[in-house]
Design a protein around this ligand. Structure first.
Ligand SMILES: NC(=O)c1ccc[n+]([C@@H]2O[C@H](COP(=O)([O-])OP(=O)(O)OC[C@H]3O[C@@H](n4cnc5c(N)ncnc54)[C@H](OP(=O)(O)O)[C@@H]3O)[C@@H](O)[C@H]2O)c1
Length: 244
């Protein structure tokens, strides 16, 4: 039987790479990063046949071209989207450049929105599909020096809820879901640049007392995509070691 196809954005590093490993046996993947070179070694390491589709999401025209190419690649077995690619350009808001604000809005919000828009049409044709949007604990709590980033992650939560509600109004028989997965502090390039003082401060706030492993998020994404999770819809799953 043909494997179901799943798009994973930001698969070159960190959480996205762990998601690619977790899904690679069960699904045929469309792997995304900003450049194909950064996916070369991953493609060699993964089991199975997978495709690559790259775009720099900071450029909105590149996102549009990405969505057009996705439509052509998707086909009847297209089943899932993991909107994982994201950037955090931390700075006090009063010093944040318009360029960096636009980058975060394009990569973290407009790209997942346009990809979801494209995927929904394809899913309606296929009568099934799951969209997983990567949120963050700071999307709920807010965070100093992450005003824009936190805002973009809060947007994932409402985007997910609204998609779930909208799909059910279009046709209740459609087996289409949307779920947000919101990690806490995870050990990836995104958190490596934090100073030791800041890491110490965050660790004190995490009841599980460590920064999460990317695989701990990937396992939850794998479950949320699966048929076993079919009653999980429109909601936000926290994977954060208990941080509040
Ligand atoms: N790490 C954490 O503590 C944490 C916590 C909560 C939420 N998250 C969220 O989880 C997701 C993954 O985070 P991570 O920690 O794994 O980050 P990461 O290690 O920094 O990886 C980011 C991924 O996003 C892609 N990306 C970055 N800029 C891009 C651009 N301009 N165009 C296209 N793709 C781009 C990168 O691709 P390239 O290799 O091509 O740059 C990379 O694959 C993000 O949405 C992040 O907000 C992370």
């Amino acid at each position: 039987m043909e494997k179901k196809k799943v798009l994973v954005t930001g698969a070159s590093r960190g959480i996205g790479k762990a998601i690619a490993f977790a899904l690679s046996e069960q699904y045929s993947l469309i792997l995304h990063a900003s450049k194909p070179e950064s996916l070369e070694s991953l493609l060699k390491e993964l089991d199975g046949e997978h495709e690559v589709l790259c775009a720099d999401f900071s450029e909105i025209n590149a996102v549009k071209e990405f969505c057009s190419a996705l439509k052509k690649m998707a086909g009847k077995s297209f089943y899932g989207v993991v909107n994982n690619a994201g950037v955090a350009l931390d700075k006090p808001l009063m010093y944040q450049s318009l360029n960096d604000i636009d980058k975060m809005l394009n990569i973290n919000v407009k790209a997942p929105l346009l990809i979801s828009k494209t995927a929904l049409k394809l899913f309606i044709g296929n009568k099934e599909g799951v969209i997983i949007n990567m949120g963050s604990c700071v999307g709920e709590t807010g965070n100093a020096f992450q005003v824009v980033y936190s805002m973009t992650k809060a947007a994932m939560v409402t985007m997910t809820k609204s998609i779930a509600k909208e799909v059910s109004l279009i046709d209740k028989s459609l087996n289409i879901r949307a779920v947000t997965v919101s990690p806490g502090f995870i050990d990836t390039d995104m958190t490596k640049s934090l100073s030791d003082d800041v890491k110490e401060k965050y660790l004190e706030m995490i009841p599980s007392s460590y920064f999460g492993d990317p695989n701990e998020v990937a396992n939850v994404v794998k479950f949320a995509l699966s048929a076993e999770a079919k009653y999980i819809n429109g909601t936000n799953i926290a994977v954060n070691g208990g941080i509040v």
